[in-house]
Design a protein around this ligand. Structure first.
Ligand SMILES: Cc1cc2nc3c(=O)[nH]c(=O)nc-3n(C[C@H](O)[C@H](O)[C@H](O)COP(=O)(O)O)c2cc1C
Length: 172
């Protein structure tokens, strides 16, 4: 069955959820982002797409850095709070859920414990993509925990990663 129409396609993307951390002066923040990805191998660059109205947008721009903390499957509550509350409304998200943090090595934004992967990023470019700012980050430090599994986001719902499928044999 194939349904025609753009509207129905909007929520059919499948993505990770990154907790995007930022710090400006003494203030730090965390927001959820389904729109982030690696965009260059060498140099190692990532992109995150942040709505202009998000409090995080100006914090990332003015500080010139951000953390990308990729949620593991046990972090639905963190993704929910970070993605539905805003520093612009005066919410202190750090107190609203169990966001344990660890000290970054290079940047100043706090990094989140319990993730599958954490990347410390310096902004090397910013441009507009429609109603979102694209921040390109150079990865300056990274951490990963092979014992954790990623949180998956699809159709506005959270999922655990499914079973691994057999890979076809290599073509000669
Ligand atoms: C699962 C999830 C994914 C989201 N992905 C994005 C995203 O990729 N980019 C974005 O700008 N906002 C995204 N949002 C919305 C922001 O996280 C939300 O507006 C947040 O309140 C912004 O916080 P801030 O104003 O404190 O920066 C997402 C929300 C959720 C729940």
């Amino acid at each position: 069955m194939r349904n025609r129409g753009i509207e129905g396609t909007r929520r059919k993307f499948t993505s990770t959820v990154a907790l995007v951390t930022s710090r400006l002066g003494d203030a730090s923040n965390v927001m959820s982002a389904e729109w982030s990805l690696r965009v260059s191998i060498d140099p190692y660059l990532v992109a995150v797409f942040v709505g202009y109205e998000r409090g995080s947008c100006s914090m990332i721009r003015e500080s010139g850095e951000f953390g990308l903390n990729y949620c593991s499957e046990g972090q639905v509550m963190l993704a929910h709070i970070a993605g539905n509350r805003s520093i612009s409304s005066g919410d202190d998200k750090w107190r609203m859920a169990d966001f344990s943090t660890f000290q970054p090595s290079v940047i100043r934004a706090p990094m989140i414990e319990g993730c599958i992967m954490n990347l410390e990023c310096r902004v090397v470019d910013e441009f507009r993509t429609g109603d979102h700012a694209a921040f390109i980050g150079s990865v300056v430090e990274g951490y990963h925990d092979p014992s954790r599994r990623p949180l998956v986001y699809h159709g506005g719902e959270y999922y655990a990663l499914g079973e691994r499928l057999a890979r076809p044999p290599r073509e000669r």
